[in-house]
Write a protein that binds this ligand. Structure first.
Ligand code: ADP
Length: 169
């Protein structure tokens, strides 16, 4: 697992994860950027999937992206933490890892910081969940956390270091 600061739509990995909304028809933030970069064939493929529930994940092709696949997952909207948000976010990471692991052509996978933009999930709390779940569910995969600012990447770098020390103990 590693953390970088980049535009996830430019990454040459086997699969990127999209922080989608339940309609899977595109939206703002990273979702909009992915749809713009992948082109209209992505929307066409998504239309056939019948949406996606919060905490679930669905796979499409990458179309115009350098990445061959996109894992679409729907993160929870933050309502203060008493609404099962932690478990739903954990489920996004777990289900995305499982879906990617089941596809033999996927060896490298990049995640955006799901739910931490428009959906308002506290950043460090989300990052701890992301690292814990990816550590537990990505045996075969090389996972990158693709942050959109240096500040966010620093949070991940520090938490990954802590995680590495715990695993080594
Ligand atoms: P959500 O609705 O799940 O909160 P957002 O797209 O609003 O999704 O934000 C999720 C995260 O994606 C935020 O940390 C935001 O900074 C980041 N982000 C936005 N655009 C990109 C991009 N092109 N590449 C990588 N991360 C991005």
């Amino acid at each position: 697992m590693n953390a970088i600061c980049d535009d996830i739509t430019t990454l040459s990995v086997d699969a990127i994860v999209n922080a989608a909304n339940a309609s899977l028809m595109g939206g703002g933030g990273v979702d909009g950027a992915i749809h713009r970069a992948a082109g209209p064939r992505l929307l066409h493929e998504c239309r056939l999937l019948g949406g996606c529930k919060t905490g679930e994940a669905k796979l499409t092709g990458g179309h115009g992206l350098p990445a061959r696949f996109i894992v679409h997952t729907v993160g929870p909207v933050w309502h203060g933490g008493g609404d099962g948000e932690d478990e739903l976010l954990a489920s996004c990471y777990r289900k995305s890892c499982e879906l990617a692991s089941a596809q033999p052509a996927i060896r490298t996978l990049a995640f955006p910081c799901i739910s931490t933009g428009i959906y308002g999930f506290p950043f460090e709390r989300a990052a701890r969940i992301a690292i814990r779940e990816c550590a537990a569910h990505t045996d075969r995969l090389i996972t990158t956390f693709c942050c959109f600012s240096e500040r966010d990447r620093n949070v991940y770098s520090q938490l990954l270091e802590e995680h590495g020390r715990r695993v080594a103990d």
